[in-house]
Design a protein around this ligand. Structure first.
Ligand SMILES: C[S@@+](CC[C@H](N)C(=O)[O-])C[C@H]1O[C@@H](n2cnc3c(N)ncnc32)[C@H](O)[C@@H]1O
Length: 222
């Protein structure tokens, strides 16, 4: 994985151009920017759930969406970057999973879900721009079906070399408690995870331990 410079005040380029350029120029020899493997924290959170319909917000190159599809979920996966979605769709076809995933190019700052899902998930929905992440996640809450779940996985500490750790102006990363309270859930929702977990990865060529913030909540049955 390559680092991400975090500068919320940047105005030199718009978000769409930034991500498009990042995915097109960041591709490694296998055609991908990211590893192509499901995120270990996402896998651990979802592995025990009964498959159904799933919505992924900010799916990037689709590794998590493909893992979900492979494990029986019918997935709608949304991202801003057409370049990332091209890679995702290519790998879906290669894996024989194209029928199980709908890739949707959209800007989540204005996008509204139009149906409900058994699982709504977002992993590392961070951006180096002004980004209404909390509002997006609150809309995600509205897309959870009765008895369904919302999973939010994010960085709880800056990945080494991301630039974020040296940027005093960057907003602090939200703790799981802060993510949970920003969702503004009713009292009847169940909190299934509200924690930080360590994850060992190779990051910018070094073996490092990352800290993920994990929130998983469940909407009550009707
Ligand atoms: C740090 S990446 C994480 C990608 C993927 N979830 C993963 O874990 O590898 C953040 C993703 O959010 C997407 N993104 C950023 N701003 C967005 C927006 N306004 N609407 C939709 N997607 C956006 C980017 O294109 C990028 O794929």
């Amino acid at each position: 994985m390559k680092g991400m410079h975090h500068d919320p005040a940047r105005t030199d380029v718009d978000a769409s151009e930034f991500w498009e350029n990042r995915y097109r120029t960041g591709r490694g020899e296998d055609g991908r920017m990211w590893s192509g493997r499901v995120n270990a924290t996402v896998e651990a959170q979802v592995a025990g759930l009964t498959p159904g319909s799933a919505l992924e917000l900010g799916c990037g190159e689709g590794a998590d969406a493909l893992w979900l599809a492979e494990h029986g979920w019918r997935v709608t996966a949304v991202d801003l970057s057409a370049a990332a979605l091209e890679v995702a769709a290519l790998h879906a076809t290669r894996a024989g999973l194209a029928e199980r995933v709908t890739w949707q190019q959209a800007d989540l700052t204005t996008w509204r879900p139009t149906q409900e899902y058994d699982l709504v998930t977002s992993a590392f929905l961070h951006s180096p721009f002004e980004f209404p992440r909390e509002a997006i996640l609150r809309r995600a809450v509205s897309a959870v079906a009765p008895g369904g779940r919302l999973l939010v996985v994010g960085h709880a500490a800056s990945p080494p070399g991301s630039g974020h750790d040296h940027d005093a102006d960057a907003p602090p990363l939200p703790t799981p408690d802060e993510v949970l309270s920003s969702l503004e859930l009713g009292d009847d929702w169940g909190v299934e995870s509200n924690t930080t977990v360590e994850r060992s990865v190779t990051w910018n060529g070094h073996d490092v331990t990352l800290l993920d913030a994990v929130v998983r909540v469940r909407r009550p049955m009707r």
